[in-house]
Design a protein around this ligand. Structure first.
Ligand SMILES: [Zn+2]
Length: 69
């Protein structure tokens, strides 16, 4: 059994999360990963219904992995 994240509005699995990185304005040097895709406060959106929110709002459903019994 695995889990999938789904849109809280339409239930679609076509959801995307956003990572944010910071760079030094003057040198372009990488500063830090301020938000990672697995963070609860990563921005999330649904590609099907255009819902937008945060990763923590996504619903988790369990799914059976094909072939595993
Ligand atoms: Zn949706």
């Amino acid at each position: 059994m695995g889990t999938l994240l789904v849109c809280p509005k339409c239930g679609s699995t076509e959801v995307a999360v956003t990572a944010e990185q910071m760079f030094m304005a003057n040198t372009g040097e990488h500063y830090c990963h301020s938000v990672k895709t697995q963070d609860h406060n990563a921005k999330a959106c649904c590609l099907d219904c255009r819902w937008e929110g945060w990763r923590v709002h996504l619903m988790e459903i369990s799914c059976r992995i094909e072939g595993a019994r």
